[in-house]
Write a protein that binds this ligand. Structure first.
Ligand code: GLU
Length: 503
């Protein structure tokens, strides 16, 4: 542990939308910062302009916030170490690249793309490891002067020590030692004057006073290059911790960049898709917290506050971690049922409005929703499942449906018609449907009088009011619709049955 104040960063490149793997890195940084009362910084690493995806910064920010990962400093909120977008810091990288050249730790390389390509082809043909052959490192001062006088474009390369080794101390994995002769002279500054990742990340982590670097394991191979750069600059090296690889839920392969399969179900991997499929941020947060870190004591469900209180680097297991997507629906259901009804309703309304093409304010004001809300909250695992359960109650009319559905088991169309006619009369004499228990007992008695099972009679009614075999409880559903809508739908059902009986 360092005695520097805790400052950590999530540093995505805006080359795509927020992926579940990136979200896990952001989450661990967030938990670490909050646990230690430190700062969590968002930095946009956009120096690779070729791979830039225009709306990805907005997507990253929106979805990080949706997950509840608020940053203390970043491009939009500012902060004392800004700017927080790398292309706005280009002058700083140029200054420090030039400093490295002055100090003999880096050099100008004038090799053309054609020369580099020929070199690579030769290396491949000779089965040599790929890497820059250091041609320009050994140019004499006179040779350089001639080339520079001709105005040749150049990149700046790091003069990697030719022998010896570099140790990287990783807080999760321990000591990792790399032979310097496996590292080539990497480009630090490109000919367009923008830095590569290696230079920018070191300069920024230093000047933003980052105390700990928590990032995906794919950056392990870059870490000795960074350590060498810190040493060349004479700067304090932040504590590094490379997070465990995320495997697909089977635990067998690397996680896909597009979809995750559990049995015959496919899950999305972009946070935005999880959100639009109706997963709650609390559930996704909780799920990701369990990917490579453990609260201990087999605890899988815990709040954000508990995760913050319990999180530390010692709980991170370096072994590859399977993404437990098989638990996502269950976990989502747990969080769903924990929501206060008003909160649940507020989250649900936009899903219902979008799926049913209704105005959100109208859905919110519809009393049917309030009546059925708790029943739905108990039954669904994702917010997007609710529309198919509630459409009959929220839409003015039912879509046309197959008349045969109205024919009860062991009855024909004529007998079903008779039963529904009697039920209609009973409902009319009740006057309203505001007491579901009373409506139910009235119709149970009617079924007995008609020598029908309650299931037969209720089945016909359920189809008549909803066109569905499964709904929230029948009598609450009827209460939600109100007597007028119920009778109107029963009348449509009766004419369908009459037509069927007459065929
Ligand atoms: N910009 C890198 C990325 O997109 C960040 C790597 C790091 O955290 O050092 O993942």
């Amino acid at each position: 542990m360092t005695d520097r104040p805790v400052r950590v960063r999530f540093a995505p490149s805006p080359t795509g939308y927020l992926h579940i793997g990136g979200a896990r890195s952001a989450l661990f940084n967030y938990l670490f910062a909050r646990h230690h009362g430190g700062q969590f910084i968002l930095r946009i690493e956009d120096t690779d302009q070729k791979r830039f995806v225009a709306d990805s910064v907005t997507n990253l920010m929106t979805n990080l916030r949706w997950l509840g990962l608020d940053w203390d400093e970043g491009p939009d909120v500012g902060g004392p170490y800004g700017p927080y977008t790398q292309t706005e810091r280009a002058a700083l990288y140029r200054q420090w690249a030039a400093w490295l050249v002055d100090q003999g730790h880096a050099y100008h390389c004038y090799c053309s793309a054609e020369r580099l390509e020929a070199m690579r082809a030769e290396q491949t043909a000779n089965k040599q490891p790929p890497g820059y052959d250091r041609h320009c490192r050994y140019l004499s001062a006179d040779e350089r002067a001639v080339i520079e006088a001709a105005g040749a474009p150049f990149v700046i390369r790091f003069a990697t020590p030719l022998d010896g080794s570099t140790s990287v101390h990783d807080a999760v994995r321990g000591e990792m030692v790399f032979s310097n002769n496996t590292l080539d002279d990497v480009v630090l500054l490109k000919s367009d004057g923008l830095p590569t990742y290696h230079l920018a990340v070191v300069v920024d982590d230093h000047f933003m006073e980052i105390s700990h670097i928590l990032r995906a394991d794919e950056w392990i191979a870059s870490s000795p290059r960074h350590v060498l750069l810190y040493q060349a600059f004479g700067w304090e090296i932040p504590i590094m911790a490379h997070l465990p690889v995320i495997l697909d839920p089977s635990g067998k392969g690397k996680m896909s960049k597009r979809k995750v399969r559990v049995g015959d179900k496919e899950y999305p991997v972009f946070v935005e898709e999880l959100r639009s499929e109706g997963y709650l941020p609390e559930a996704v947060f909780n799920l990701l917290t369990n990917v490579g870190w453990s609260m201990g004591g087999d605890r899988e469900v815990f709040t954000k506050e508990e995760a913050i209180a319990g999180f530390d680097l010692t709980g991170i297991n370096p072994a590859p971690a399977a993404l437990p997507y098989g638990k996502l629906e269950w976990l989502n259901g747990v969080y769903m049922r924990n929501l206060a009804p008003a909160d649940f309703k507020q989250r649900l309304v936009p899903f219902l409005a979008a799926a049913l093409h209704l105005d959100a304010a109208a859905v919110d004001a519809n009393p049917a929703l309030d009546i059925l809300l708790v029943d739905v909250q108990e039954r669904i695992k994702t917010l997007s499942e609710a529309a198919a359960m509630l459409d009959f109650a929220l839409l003015d009319a039912l879509p046309d449906y197959d008349s045969k559905l109205l024919v009860a088991k062991k009855l024909d169309a004529a007998a079903s018609h008779q039963a529904l006619t009697a039920a209609r009369a009973a409902l009319v004499s009740l006057g309203d449907l505001d007491d579901p228990e009373h409506v139910e007992s009235t119709l149970r008695e009617l079924a007995e009088t008609l020598h029908l099972s309650a299931g037969q009679l209720f089945g016909i009614l359920r189809i008549a009011i909803s066109a569905k075999a499964v709904t929230p409880p029948l009598f609450t559903s009827m209460q939600a619709l109100g007597i007028a809508a119920v009778l109107a739908r029963v009348d449509i059902a009766l004419s369908k049955l009459a037509a069927l009986a007459g065929d």
